[in-house]
Design a protein around this ligand. Structure first.
Ligand code: TRP
Ligand code: SF4
Length: 397
């Protein structure tokens, strides 16, 4: 069994080169070594765009087409849509019951986004719950690894805390407390009191000393192996692990900025779509701003101050990059010359995406079918987890 990887993207419509180099390329690579689950986080998109009901469906399928065009293989990866699996909502609700408000208010993206998206009213219950819904997405598939950008690290951290708390609260059998009490009664009164004191100290501070002292009491008492095990488990606060603590997978990603050098984003108008028309791609790159110091063709430039150079770093080989540096700093080449290899590189990269997407655009049913298969595969896993969760919480009636 290969370890499971899970990740999601909010449907923002057709993807651009920044999405590809920052995430999707890596998703494709992970298919070789992991059991990959990739989904469209349409509920997450609603937390900020709850009014935009007319575009969601198109955005969802445009994005899935881009995924497949880029090389996600529906035979290898499970591709699905969050909102088709109400199990995510059920787990979100159950986790919400015991998640302290402060944990969510303290997630750094919460205040950041409210600050950044000032034109939207994000003082909603759904938006506060964003990272907890994400935790449910991850935990329901017992994923080991979550490939996400640095900006999402705090969400994976929250997920780990939520899982730990859940396992602590529910990861024990119904008679756990009674069995612990019975085992404690076998100790002398003083030992029992001392043990409980160390257990509390360990629970609050994690002090290894308290743990060692607690263990020593258990070891020297004349207890059955079972009772000793039970008390050692009680001491560490560990129970059965029902939900898996995931790890963020911050693999190396290629940073490709937008045409103007700032972060590539559709809303900044500085993006190149993954499947954008070749003539338009050419025009966009030809119009890219360059080192502002190069006013005339005869002025030397500095690639470090030029967004085109960032594209060369992604698209050009070493000899071309040498040619750029020499030509730019000596005013030996013009900016339009310099941009040609970038144009060629982008168009060449995009060609297979366009070719692959064509078949799906002509036959949308095929895309629906792929998503349908993935959704059913995901449902099998999600249902099983929910069964375990309900049972652990005493809800299997
Ligand atoms: N919040 C993620 C983003 O904006 C999308 C997402 C939702 C996600 N649920 C997830 C990513 C679960 C990884 C795992 O990019
Ligand atoms: Fe930028 Fe190339 Fe022009 Fe130099 S020559 S300023 S690197 S586009």
């Amino acid at each position: 069994m290969r370890p499971r990887v899970l990740s999601g993207m909010r449907p923002t419509g057709a993807l651009h080169l920044g999405h590809y180099h920052g995430a999707l390329k890596n998703w494709v690579k992970l298919q070789q070594d992991y059991d990959c689950f990739y989904f469209v986080a349409d509920w997450h998109a609603l937390t900020t765009h709850y009014e935009e009901r007319d575009v969601m469906e198109r955005y969802v399928y445009d994005m899935v087409i881009d995924w497949i065009a880029a090389g996600l293989d529906p035979e290898k990866s499970t591709i699905f849509i969050q909102s088709r699996l109400p199990e995510h909502a059920e787990l979100f609700t159950l986790l919400a019951m015991g998640t302290p408000l402060g944990w969510l208010e303290r997630v750094p993206t919460y205040k950041d986004q409210i600050e950044k998206l000032k034109d939207r009213d994000l003082a909603t219950y759904g938006f506060l719950g964003y990272p907890l819904l994400q935790a449910a997405d991850i935990l329901i598939y017992k994923a080991s690894y979550v490939p996400v950008g640095e900006d999402q690290a705090s969400h994976v951290e929250l997920t780990r805390e939520v899982a730990r708390r859940f396992n602590h609260l529910y990861g024990r059998s119904a008679d756990f407390e009674a069995r612990v009490a019975a085992a404690l009664a076998l100790l002398s009164k003083d030992d029992a009191r001392y043990f409980e004191k160390q257990r509390k100290a360990f629970g609050e501070t994690g002090s290894p000393e308290a743990q060692a002292k607690g263990e020593a009491v258990v070891r020297r008492a004349a207890l059955s192996e079972q009772d000793a095990e039970l008390l050692l488990g009680h001491l560490k606060g560990s129970g059965r692990s029902i939900l898996t603590e995931p790890q963020a997978l911050h693999t190396e990603v290629t940073k490709l900025p937008g045409l103007d050098g700032s972060k590539m984003s559709k809303s900044y108008g500085n993006a190149i779509g993954m499947r954008e028309d070749p003539a338009q791609v050419r025009q966009k790159i030809e119009r890219m701003p360059t080192d502002p110091a190069r006013v005339r063709r005869t002025d030397p430039g500095n690639p470090e101050k030029c967004p085109v150079w960032q594209f060369h770093k992604v698209y050009s080989d070493e000899s071309t990059r040498d040619w750029v540096v020499r030509g730019c700093t000596s005013a030996g080449i013009g900016c339009l010359d310099c941009k040609q290899p970038v144009i060629d590189g982008v168009l060449k990269e995009q060609q297979p995406w366009r070719d692959r997407a064509e078949a799906y655009l002509a036959n949308p049913k095929q895309v629906h079918w792929i998503v349908e298969m993935g959704t059913e595969r995901a449902r099998t896993v999600a249902r099983q987890t929910m069964k375990d969760v309900r049972e652990a919480m005493g809800l299997n009636y």
